[in-house]
Design a protein. Sequence first.
Length: 374
Amino acid sequence: MSKIPLVDLKAGYARQKAEIDAAIQEVVTNTRFIQGKEVKDFDAAYAAFCGTKHSIGVGSGTAALHLVLAALGIGPGDEVAVPVHTFIATAEPVSWLGAKPRFIDVDPETGNMDPAELKGLMDGVSAVMPVHIHGRPVDMETISAIAADAGVPVIEDAAQSQGAEIIKTDGTVVRAGGYGIAGCFSFFPGKNLGAFGDAGGITTNDDDFAAKLRMLRDHGRTTKYSHEIVGYAHRLDTLQAAVLNVKLTTLDAGNQRRRELAGLYSQALLGIGDLRLPPVTPGQVSVMHHYVVRTHHRDALLAFLKENEVEAGIHYPIPLHLQPAYAFLGHKEGDFPVGEAYAKECLSLPIYPELTEEQLERVVATVKSFFETV
Ligand SMILES: *Cc1c(COP(=O)(O)O)cnc(C)c1O
């Protein structure tokens, strides 16, 4: 019995090997390693994919967040609202700029930033940075209204949600990254759209903001040796752009397959033990970056799956306010109870477009046999 991995990058590569190899070879042959044509092509294609006016390719998802915060002028004395249930990269760039993350508890069902909690903690906040966690969009309409009341921008951490959709109450559909002042994407290899190394992108509908971000990503340049502002070295690598151009062509189909697989999981796992399944949320179309179940037997289930050659994961075991890196902010256990419970109970099951239905059935059977013993 072969192991079922949590993420299968080899299967993804095999699916498009010939095209990807050719695209990489083209860059190597032409030696356009920095700011090559492939970067421009990807920026245009990714903006079209997201339905935004601009996309600015950068070095990573973390670099995307850093550049957007820098372009907004976030610095010492500022506080940026971030959810406690996320990867630490959501908060780090806030700290790099000398500002402070203001942690916000999450919704008990979705794990996304809870608008009601945000509302109570808006005083003195300079920007709001919700995360579309696990591929599911946050309640952008409510969060944007709260931010607009306070006159501060919303930045979307869309690292996990390439192609996720928000259906507004008036029926219009907006893709993740097209709602706030900017959307920040990661193309880390394991994300739904993954490069062969670090890569990221920023989407925005604001022309001036896009121009500023293009300058900031590349040493503040306007021409080769004219530097308008002090910028950063946060460019998207041409080789990575070449890979992304190929993989973007199958992203919508891959996201659709993830949703189908999630549907099969949820059908098969309904009513098993104390499992809580990912909710179906009206108005929010997830791209199922993670398929997250919750159970009070999380650690035992994780170990049982491992013994039976099924790799599961925990996204994320420690909420940000309890990370040693943020101990200096003085938070303690109990400060954000919903995020803390989520961290203790969440378990991500294998999901990726190449996961076969036989593999999925084996995961389900293993989960079921675990709950027969507890
Ligand atoms: C992956 C991720 C990031 C960081 O992206 P990198 O490309 O690894 O720098 C930021 N936020 C969230 C929510 C992520 O999942």
